[in-house]
Design a protein around this ligand. Sequence first.
Ligand code: UT7
Length: 325
Amino acid sequence: MKHIGIIGVGEYLPEKRLTNADLEKTIDTSDEWITTRTGIKERRLAAKAEAVSDLGYKAALEAIKSAKLKPQDIELIITATITPDMSFPSTACFIQSNLGAKQAVAFDISAACSGFIYGLVLAQQFLARGVYKNALVIGAEKLSAVTDWNDRNTCVLFGDGAGAAVLAPVSSGGILSSYLGSDGSYTDLLMLPGGGSRNPASSHTIEKRMHYMKMQGNELFKLAVNLMSHAAEVAIERAGLKPQDISLLVPHQANTRIIMAVAKKLHFPADKIFINIQKYGNMSSASAATALCEAVKEGRVKKGDIILLDAFGAGLTWGACVIKW
Ligand code: UT7
């Protein structure tokens, strides 16, 4: 089997910032509550005319450039998103068209906050078998479009953005191991009930605010800590490593308290954890993708380092991936 590594990363965050102070003006919340309970200080909001493919396209362009490739070279595009431009065609096809990546096969996957890791592992399978020469994996979300801005339990948490990575065979290192999991018995904990084939859009679904996400945060918190810790342990073991061999934990950014609880279970010191939730909130599939990109841009990931991507989300889904840079 070939070694498959990440040869380029990119991100795009919309310009508009929504701070905790801004939210204090519209709902019954406080900067103090949001900061201490989640670690979030502000989040980005896409413009009205900006769809998820527009965010993903810009992150993809940066990733392709950093991989020293051209859009026409890309052979596979996987977009992880739960806020696609439309139910169909896929957001990946919109991005393919914007890029002019005519030879690429393009499709979406839906694995919520674990989507970027699911996408990396899926792309690795194609590349390791030589089916394609390279792959572009994008995590992109416009969660503001499905957020109930009257619901303080959810609206303080989420934001918009996109991250991307280009994968290709590398001479050594690359993805050393991975582990994915799902448990559909918890579908009710986080969902967008309206607009699909179960509850097609109607005046009833609009009246019941079913086109906004519904979340049971407390239940998810405990599951997130346990499942992210478990995913990390399995992936590290599959790589034949120990937690102390990991140079940097790059986790999904749902809540600083979740990240710190996972780090505590794995005995990771604070300087081995990458956190950018304070700037962006939870961007679902885009969180781990932009965190990876920023960790690289900030010089926190050097050649030879071993990084651990770790995520958890609606479904439930979870996953972790150990990568030697
Ligand atoms: O991306 C993956 C999926 N998502 C997650 O994994 C999210 C996981 N869950 C969490 O991060 C946390 O559970 C939350 C941040 C969502 C909530 O934090 P919590 O510490 O679990 O708070 P809570 O839900 O237990 O609520 C505590 C109190 C409640 O008041 P009472 O009932 O104790 O009087 C809430 O009504 O905080 C209240 N509250 C707020 N207060 C001010 C809830 N939201 C807010 C708010 N501002 N925005």
